[in-house]
Design a protein around this ligand. Sequence first.
Ligand SMILES: [Zn+2]
Length: 208
Amino acid sequence: MIAATNVVPTGSRATPTDGHSQPVKAAAKLEAAQQALSRCKRGSKRRRKAVETVARLHRKVRCQRLDHAHKTALGLVREHDLIAHEDLKIRTMSKAPEPKPDPDKPGSFLPNGAAAKAGLNRSISDAGWGVFLAILNAKAESAGREVMAVDPRNTSRRCPQCGHTTKENRPTQETFHCVACGHTAHADTVGALNVLRAGLVRREAQPA
Ligand SMILES: [Zn+2]
C-alpha cells in the first residue's frame, strides 16, 4: 500500500496509489506456455522448443516488471514530496497465517496447508514489493524526496472519519464500511489514506 502527497507549497493533497499493478499480458502468455510445456512429451523436439519459449517469456516478464517498477517509482518521486508505505518487515510478521487450534488437544495447533500456502504467496509478493521499494528509495534519495515506512497494523480497519477501529469495518475485500459512523469507501482508498496520515505523523515527529 502506497500513499503519496505533495506537502509544498499549498498544504497536502492525498493520492492513494496502487504501486503494485503489473503488466499482465506477458504473464498470461507465460502461463499458457508453461501449460503447453507440461503437455509435451519428455525428450521430444517440441518439448525442447517449449522449454525455450518458457525461458524467454520468463525473462520478458521479469524485465517488464522491473521496467514497470522503475516507471512507477519515477512517477511517484516526480509528483510527490512525501511517499508513505506500509513497513514490509512489520507486515510480514503481523499478517503471517494464523495457526489453527487443534480441538482435540487444547494448546496445540493443527498443520494448516492452506494457511501455509497463503503465507508463501504473501512472501512472494512481498519480495516483489521489496524490489519496488528499493528502486523507489534510490530514486527518492537522489531527488531529495522523503519515503516513510509506517506500521501497517490496522491501516485497513481504522475509519478515516471517526477513528473507530475494528475488523467489522471491512465486510469484504473491497469494501470499507464503518460500523460506528457509517462511512463507506473503497477499502484501498481507506488503507492508502491511513498510511499517508501515519506517514505525515511520522514526518512531523522527526527533527527538522
Ligand atoms: Zn467511522
